[in-house]
Design a protein around this ligand. Sequence first.
Ligand SMILES: [Mg+2]
Length: 261
Amino acid sequence: MIMPVVLCDADNTLWDTDAVFADAQRALLENIESMIGAQCDRPDRLDFVRQYDQALALIHHLHLRYPPHLLVLALTEGLNGKSPETAAIQIVSGISQAGPISLEAAEELGSLFQERLKVIPRLLPGVRDGLRLALQKDVPIYMLTEGRIDKQKRIIESHKLSENFRAVLEMTKSLQQYERLRSRFLPAEVVVLGDQLDRDIDPARAAGCTTVYVPGRFTPSWNLSKGSQHASYQAENFEDAMIWIINRVVPYFKSSRVADT
Ligand SMILES: [Mg+2]
């Protein structure tokens, strides 16, 4: 019996990166408001920030990794009434220079925002139990990240989960990369587990991997219209995902947690 190899996304699949971003985005909006003396009048302040964030990510060549001072500048325009799209085009093309905030001040708030993003995120429900289960059953788990390896390793270590992962792999989540990993682990089945349909599920499925979708709370606008009908399984949380994966290889297997209750 060959156990499947699990390739697991990290952000919003293993830990709550979304909450860290939400806190930092709310704090950033407050900082900008007090600096320029304007108030956001929307009831959903987080949604306000995220509309500008996503408008920038959609048109910037670095996508979600655009420099954070651009978000400061876009929000400043937003607080002055500009729509997310108009503000993003203006900021990314560099047209808007003489705004109510200097470039230096924007960069300063931008780096403060980045500092806040370094907070260690908490693990999502079911992750610790699911990882324990995988270890018990000898299911190898590799973490996949498009972000920085050192950052993800730091989070793994601070949650004392180093022994639960065979390795952390940094890669672009493309069809070709999933195909490469699928051949690398042959004859084992490769199961890709993640919270984003466009990065974790669609290209992995196209590469012939089994896919498990664990919906997160954060769905960027470009994923909203897509359904989850294409994943092999939609899990409630990480532990549910792991039970499903193990059940397919070890029929009638139930987690000890389920068996105890
Ligand atoms: Mg993710």
